[in-house]
Design a protein around this ligand. Structure first.
Ligand code: ADP
Length: 418
């Protein structure tokens, strides 16, 4: 019990004693006790009424009283002061938040768990032509009417952003779930970046196309000039032929990359005949390898959806790399396995391996660990960039484990449902 309750008990005991003394002197025990009790009850009712009035409309000045009520008023007043302070702080935070979201270049929209709009900032208002009066409380997919957007919301795969075109603008939108099922949408205008990307892609594609014909002509003439009888004369011509062949490979891989970048991602690709695909890739590798390595397979039956030609190219690039970067006599294994979470198709070798410092950069265009070896083996520096591009299009990941001097495992991981 608190000190004020003890004080009140003491007060009541004294009051009772006084009443008893008066009643023993006057002889009206019951009447005096009754009057005392009524007085005490009325006093408490008066304070309850006062308190309830103050609680209905708390003012800066709390009522004053005596005894236990003074304590109650004091405690409530402190609580009220603390709440007022917290409310003021919250109001400031809210105001600062609103000020910052007003100047934010990103569109920000808050949705409830049923995708109804709760709040949006001015950038969202401009970008999606939203209206505070009519659109708050409405489902966002009724306002941004795009089947792909509805699909994106329904799929709830918010780990990647959604890019789409709206009124000639390219928009990148990402969704972050928070609280109890609420969603925070942030969207930005990527039209400039989109146009620049398109220009870059077109440039690479056009330049590669333009280069293709002269290189083919050069190679044709070298073929004609090569004199089977004159080895000395042939040496420089063979060098030119080698370099032209490299150039031809680079051009065709640049074209492959440009095509992959420009192609639309298919939402529900067909199921692949993985057995046929892996057998074909493996047979090609055996032909390319020409008996230099010990090639083997460890292939479970796996179910995979995707584009046949693209997946075939990705696995083929990994196998070609294993052949390139494994010394003669080494082991190379093509494997495919399923676990409860997804499908992994990969290539394991016991070749030269890669230091971990290079691993994160291997999928960059023209990045090579050992440029000399890559060129000598006919590498273009684009193989893994193509693999990455293909896997991105399939929502899959390239995983690389490698130890210098011991070998590498390059695997394509397709999570279930992709
Ligand atoms: P490249 O045409 O040069 O092989 P890639 O993009 O296919 O280009 O590979 C990039 C670099 O990654 C290679 O130059 C090589 O240094 C390294 N690399 C790729 N695969 C392997 C592997 N299996 N073992 C060791 N290094 C590898």
């Amino acid at each position: 019990m608190t000190a004020c309750v003890w004080r009140e008990i003491r007060f009541l005991s004294i009051l009772l004693m006084v009443l008893l003394i008066i009643s023993s002197i006057t002889g009206y025990t019951l009447a005096i006790l009754f009057t005392g009790l009524v007085g005490y009850t009325l006093w408490n009712l008066y304070h309850i009424n006062r308190l309830s009035r103050w609680l209905n409309n708390p003012s800066k000045k709390a009522p004053e009283s005596k005894g236990v009520w003074d304590d109650v008023y004091y405690q409530l007043y402190q609580l009220y002061k603390r709440q007022r302070k917290a409310r003021r702080r919250l109001k400031n935070i809210l105001q600062r938040f609103q000020e910052s979201t007003h100047v934010l270049p990103y569109a920000v929209i808050v949705l409830d768990s049923r995708y109804n709009i709760e709040w949006f900032n001015p950038a969202a208002k401009t970008m999606f032509k939203l209206n505070v009066k009519s659109d708050i409380g409405h489902r966002i997919d009724n306002l941004i009417r795009l089947p792909e957007f509805s699909g994106y919301l329904l799929n709830k795969k918010f780990d990647h952003q959604f890019e789409f075109k709206l009124a000639k603008k390219a928009i990148a939108l990402s969704v972050t779930p928070y609280g109890q099922g609420q969603l925070l949408i942030s969207a930005r205008d990527i039209t400039q970046q989109f146009l620049l990307d398109n220009m870059r892609r077109d440039f690479v594609s056009n330049a590669s196309h333009e280069l293709r014909t002269p290189v083919t002509v050069i190679m044709g003439y070298i073929e004609l000039l090569l004199d089977k009888e004159n080895v000395k004369k042939n040496h420089p011509l063979e060098k030119i032929q080698q370099q032209s062949k490299r150039l031809e490979n680079i051009i065709s891989e640049l074209l492959v990359l440009a095509k992959l970048e420009a192609a639309q991602v298919i939402d529900s690709p067909a199921q692949l005949n993985t057995k046929k695909l892996l057998t074909e890739v493996f047979d090609d590798a055996i032909a390319l390898d020409n008996g230099r390595h010990k090639l083997s397979t460890d292939i479970d039956s796996v179910k995979l959806n995707g584009r046949y030609a693209e997946i075939r190219m990705a696995i083929s690039n990994l196998l070609t790399n294993a052949i390139r970067y494994t010394d003669d006599g080494g082991h190379i294994k093509l494997f495919a396995k399923t676990d409860p979470w997804g499908v992994t198709i990969g290539v394991k070798d016991d070749g030269i391996g890669i230091d971990y410092t290079h691993v994160s950069r291997l999928t960059e265009r023209f990045y090579r660990v050992d440029e000399g070896r890559s060129k000598e083996q006919g590498g273009t520096g684009l193989g893994l960039a193509i693999v990455k591009q293909i896997l991105d299009r399939h929502g899959a990941q390239l995983r690389i484990q490698s130890t210098p001097g011991h070998g590498s495992v390059f695997s394509c991981y397709f999570a279930l449902g992709k």
